[in-house]
Structures are given as structure tokens and as C-alpha cells.
Design a protein around this ligand. Structure first.
Ligand code: ASP
Ligand code: MG
Length: 288
């Protein structure tokens, strides 16, 4: 099923004019990811290299030369050992990471919908036997998916609402407009609504939880610096990003969707570990 998902994603994106980039595994700077304290770093050639937590900054730089890009990007995120039992966390996983120059949030919401609808159609067509074997009834998806602003979902379901939304939903649901304090500095703050980001998550139904995160990006150097400082991060750690922004980063929008979580949802599997032959589950040793 994973192969069908990869083929279907490539098929749609290539048809829409995207160029596939080979992934970056090591870099001087990577996604700060507010919720993950751990740093996976190696030293080589007199320099520190982060294992990629997401290709966000490479995506922003790539769209200076290519209009629409994607990559199947291996990410390493050293999540707490307890998260190993969540069903949704691997500390090494692959995300389909994509970005579009001069796109806005609506453009990438619609792209996310086309992508999921297409993948589900292909999986229903090519994996019928596998779905039967798994006892999984996978219905067609219908776009557009509903959108709930973060503050509204929080007021309705209180903290941890993403799980509530996911458990009650009949189909995928967008959560939009995250408050500035809960997300990374690269999600663009709405110039007309300070404190509100032009970003989104997609949540799967039936309790499968978060599917993707994305949004519009901060690309102007003074705005990136302001956001870095407001988050209490060290601007010198993001010197190469700021230099790229001063040289000129275009506006862009994009998202990253986890492949193992997607296949888990499509197959109705209890844990993302089932998707990988060599799963890296937080807190568990690996034999190979
Ligand atoms: N960098 C985000 C993540 O990995 C995805 C994105 O905003 O494109 O969660
Ligand atoms: Mg996310």
C-alpha cells in the first residue's frame, strides 16, 4: 500500500508541474519544532550538522529557483519515549514535504484536498485485496473538507481538542489560524490579524489524529528576525536562513504530510510501526 501511496502522490504532483527534489538528511540548520527539545546533531569537518527534522528552510530556498517542489524527506525527531505508545510517533519517518512559490494558504489547502482524494482513489482501486484482508472499509473522500479555526475548536472542546475533533469527524478536517504562540516562527502571521497565523493542520477522522501541517511562510528578513526574537530563539543559529532572506526569498506556502501516518489511516492500522519493516519507535531498541 505504501508503494501505491508514493506512486499516487508523485503522479498527481508531477501532473501539476512539481519537481521532485532529492532529500537533505544533514544540514547546518533545521526546523526548530517547538515541541521537541532533543537535538540530533553530529560533528564532522569542523562543523555541527543537524539531522533533518523537516526540510522547511530548504523548501523556502528551493522555490527561489523552482516554482513547485516536493521531496520524500526522511525526518528524525527524537520524541519522548512515552510517545512510542501513541500509535502516531516514529522517531524516524518520511514526510512528503512540498512548497509552492507565491501560493497562499487557500491554494495549498485545495492542493492537499486534491492530493488526498487522488491517493484514496488509487488505494481503493489498487489495494482492494489488502483492504479486504485488513477488514478496512475505506470510503471515497469528498472535498472541500470542513475548516475549523483553532480558537473555535479550543472553545468547543478545550485543550487537547485535536483528538476530539479527530474522533468525532466523519472525514478529514482542517484546523486553521493557529495562535502565534503555539507554532514555529516560519508560519506567516496574518498582517491584518496580529497574533493569528495563516497556517493549518489537517486531522484524519476516526481518531487517527494529525495528518499534515503547513501554511504560508514568513519570508521577509525583518519579520523572520522579529518572530525568532519573540520566540526567545537565538538569531545567530538561524544566520544562514536570515542571509537567504536578505538575498531574497519569495513568498510561498506549503505543507508536510507524514507517509506512515497516511498509510496507517488508509489501512486502518493500530500503530504507525506496522507501516515500516524497520520501525524506529521512541523508547524501543531496534534489532536491525
Ligand atoms: N515543517 C512543517 C512540519 O514538519 C511542515 C510545513 O510547515 O511544511 O511539521
Ligand atoms: Mg505538525
Amino acid at each position: 500500500m505504501t508503494s501505491v501511496v508514493l506512486d499516487a502522490a508523485r503522479e498527481l504532483l508531477r501532473t501539476e508541474g512539481f519537481v521532485e527534489l532529492l532529500p537533505v538528511i544533514l544540514a547546518p540548520v533545521t526546523d526548530p519544532l517547538r515541541h521537541t527539545a532533543d537535538r540530533a546533531v553530529i560533528e564532522a569537518y569542523g562543523q555541527r550538522w543537524h539531522l533533518t527534522r523537516s526540510m522547511i528552510f530548504h523548501k523556502q530556498a528551493a522555490v527561489t529557483v523552482l516554482e513547485k517542489i516536493f521531496s520524500f524527506s526522511p525526518n528524525v525527531r527524537l520524541e519522548p519515549a512515552e510517545w512510542g505508545q501513541s500509535g502516531r510517533h516514529l522517531f524516524e519517518f518520511v514526510q512528503l514535504d512540498l512548497e509552492v512559490r507565491e501560493a497562499d494558504r487557500n491554494d495549498v489547502l485545495a492542493l492537499g484536498e486534491r492530493l488526498l482524494v487522488h491517493i484514496v482513489e488509487r488505494v481503493r482501486g489498487f489495494c482492494a485485496q489488502e483492504l479486504t484482508l485488513l477488514g478496512r472499509k475505506l470510503g471515497e473522500l469528498h472535498a472541500p473538507f470542513p475548516r475549523i479555526p483553532y480558537r473555535e475548536a479550543e472553545a468547543r472542546y478545550s485543550a487537547g481538542f485535536e483528538d476530539h475533533v479527530s474522533r468525532r469527524a466523519q472525514g478529514p478536517v482542517w484546523i486553521v489560524d493557529f495562535p502565534v504562540g503555539v507554532r514555529e516562527f516560519y508560519d506567516r502571521e496574518d498582517p491584518s490579524r496580529p497574533g493569528v497565523l495563516l497556517d493549518m493542520d489537517l486531522v484524519y477522522p476516526a481518531g487517527y489524529g494529525e495528518a499534515l501541517s503547513g501554511g504560508e511562510r514568513e519570508h521577509e528578513p525583518h519579520r523572520i528576525l522579529d518572530r525568532i526574537e519573540r520566540q526567545g530563539l537565538d538569531p545567530t543559529a538561524y544566520g544562514s536562513l536570515l542571509a537567504a532572506a536578505r538575498a531574497g526569498l519569495p513568498s510561498s506556502a506549503g505543507f508536510g504530510i507524514g507517509i506512515e501516518r497516511l498509510v496507517r489511516y488508509l489501512g486502518g492500522l493500530p500503530h504507525v510501526r506496522e507501516v515500516r519493516l524497520f520501525p524506529r519507535v521512541p523508547g524501543e531498541p531496534a534489532a536491525l
